[in-house]
Design a protein around this ligand. Sequence first.
Ligand SMILES: C[S@@+](CC[C@H](N)C(=O)[O-])C[C@H]1O[C@@H](n2cnc3c(N)ncnc32)[C@H](O)[C@@H]1O
Length: 234
Amino acid sequence: MIDDEAAPHDLELRSFGRRRGRKLSARQERLLAELAPRVRPDLAHPAPADVATLFGAPVQQVWLEIGFGGAEHLAWQARHHPHVGIIGCEPFEEGVVKALTLIEDEKLANILVHADDVRPLLRWLPAGSLDRAFVLFPDPWPKARHRKRRLVGTPLLDQLARAMKPGGELRLGTDIGDYARTMLAALMRHPQFRWTATRAADWRYRPEDWPQTRYEAKALREGRRCTYLRFVRV
Ligand SMILES: C[S@@+](CC[C@H](N)C(=O)[O-])C[C@H]1O[C@@H](n2cnc3c(N)ncnc32)[C@H](O)[C@@H]1O
């Protein structure tokens, strides 16, 4: 269901559903009020030339996860790569508080949380600031009349191509065959992305440094096959 909040940009359709779910606990309310403002990129001011300076820890690379859901992949990457700063984007409040809880519990100083649509953030970031980006199981919008809400298409790829460094990696996953085909077609047409796959196993299986997400686990339980795509920004 799509609620009646305004689209983030006149020309962009909302690619996400509801923003609020269950009532938050007192701790979650506190995390939103106190921690969220300390770990968010401030889009009201121009971005620094070097976005690595935004993190509370010294980082050598900056990665982006779009639609981190329950934040399990985001936190795994942050734990395993302490010298990488990761910006997670997620407009769904329950996901945001999950990430904030992990940041506080595990003192993860290398995560920033943009609790909103990724597209204004991509416009804000300086060109060539990202070393890696993840779009894992974006909302499939399976009904024909909703397909235009799918996030991954040429406009998002253009934004990512600008924000990513040459040589940076873009990882995408989906459990919907039709979405895999349209993503792949848009990527193959895009002059700034090159597919790294050389054999079927490369898109049928995840590499070890790509942990399973909650949504993927559900898709597999329900018998859907997942596609894993890795592209290089050329
Ligand atoms: C199907 S869920 C998958 C979540 C998680 N990546 C996983 O695999 O478990 C897709 C997520 O993308 C988020 N999303 C959709 N459009 C987005 C946008 N424009 N910017 C940031 N996140 C978005 C949704 O709120 C939702 O949590």
